[in-house]
Design a protein around this ligand. Structure first.
Ligand SMILES: [Zn+2]
Ligand SMILES: [Zn+2]
Length: 390
């Protein structure tokens, strides 16, 4: 049972929606046009319920199956937001907004879920309800969490939830998934080092924060090398160093900023502990003081085993078993679908985007050839997960 015929027929139309979304990128929660287009289409398809303003600018559409045997519901989620990047490619549907572009393919994710919605509203060959979730602010704004906090799961009776992301470098027409963590947790840290400023020619009278910061940067790399179990995964990246301005002044303060990634809460906690201890104690060893601030980002995206098997089985129905990798290596990027998986069982799958530029690259574009696969996967999940009664 490959790509659904009707969805293949709809592909040209879905592609046109994708290009329209691509030309009008919006950031974070400010996805008013996109959410408006989504809601308007869902209504036009004949969705039984279309609710806007969930998690500020999120949209949910509900489609009832033909047989009303139960009230069960499965949630399918797409993200709608773009990125603050200037697009480089001269596409016919290139971004019309300077400095903003769909560099993560959320235009494709939104269009594919709309395509599945159109098909499901036409056919309704299932029991219960399909809940189509369109979220804002995936790119660091926690829009998925905002929708959950807004009571979305309870309000629509969502029992299981599924998500998807395109992956450059993975062939079109393939899927990859794994049970357990598939994307990492992320935490930001800021280390403010306070020393004693002074004349560069009189270092003995100063506490040099540039030297202290340098030692801290090097020592932080021992967290992954020496504190984390070699069989666990973790990343510590110092991404910003700020100190001083002049050639002949030892600065009073220095600031380090960066990110930490982990796949389990235990590793995440250990990294925080070690980062604080290293920064404070290295600073103290040089007579300086370090103050550490953490900002918690997304938790790890944790696939539930039964739903992972189910999603992989459906993917195999669409593209063939040999095109589905069932134990792919996790990625150390983060994804706020993690909040939905923390509240309901479900799974998140990678879909091939072919030989494109990487995610968040100014040359990136979503691959329209993937549309029939993604939209068919969504439709089949509803039909298989909510089989018609009688
Ligand atoms: Zn992204
Ligand atoms: Zn993304």
């Amino acid at each position: 049972m490959p790509v659904i015929d009707r969805i293949a027929d709809l592909s040209e139309e879905i592609t046109a929606w994708r290009h329209d979304l691509h030309a009008h990128p919006e950031l974070q929660y400010d996805v008013h046009r996109t959410a408006g287009v989504v809601a308007e289409k869902l209504r036009a398809f004949g969705c039984d319920e279309v609710v806007t303003g969930i998690g500020r600018t999120g949209v949910v559409g509900v489609i009832r199956g033909r047989s009303h045997g139960s009230n069960r519901a499965i949630g399918l989620r797409a993200d709608m937001d773009a990125l603050p990047i200037q697009e480089l490619r001269d596409l016919p549907y290139r971004s019309t907004v300077p400095g903003k572009m769909h560099a993560c393919g959320h235009d494709g994710h939104t269009a594919m879920l709309l395509g599945a919605a159109k098909y499901l509203a036409e056919t309704r060959d299932f029991d219960g309800r399909a809940v189509l979730i369109f979220q804002p602010a995936e790119e660091g704004g926690g829009g998925g969490e905002a929708m959950v906090q807004d009571g979305m799961m309870e309000r629509f009776g969502v029992e299981a939830v599924y998500g998807l992301h395109n992956i450059p470098g993975q062939p079109v027409g393939t899927f990859a998934i794994r049970p357990g963590p598939i994307m990492a947790s992320t935490d930001r840290f800021t280390i403010l080092i306070e020393g004693r400023g002074g004349h560069a020619a009189l270092p003995q009278a100063a506490v040099d924060t540039v030297l202290v910061a340098s030692h801290i940067v090097v020592a932080l790399q021992s967290i992954v090398a020496r504190n984390i179990d070699p069989l666990d995964s973790a990343v510590v990246s110092v991404c910003a160093v700020e100190a001083g301005e002049a050639f002949n002044v030892l600065p009073q303060t220095a600031e380090l900023r960066g990110t930490m990634r982990a796949l389990t809460p235990a590793v995440r906690g250990l990294m925080r502990e070690r980062l604080a201890a290293i920064a404070e104690n290295v600073a103290a060893a040089f007579g300086a003081r370090a103050r550490i601030d953490f900002a918690s980002g997304y938790p790890a995206t944790e696939n539930h085993p039964a739903e992972t098997d189910f999603m992989a089985d459906i993917a195999a129905q669409v593209v063939g078993e040999e095109q589905v990798e069932r134990n792919v290596a996790p990625m150390m990027a983060a994804e706020d679908f993690s909040y939905m998986l923390a509240h309901r069982p479900g799974a998140y799958i990678f879909m091939g985007n072919g030989d494109s530029a990487g995610l968040h690259h100014p040359d990136y574009d979503f691959n329209d050839a993937a549309i029939p696969y993604g939209a068919s996967l969504w439709a089949r999940i509803i039909e298989a997960g909510l089989p018609p009664r009688g």
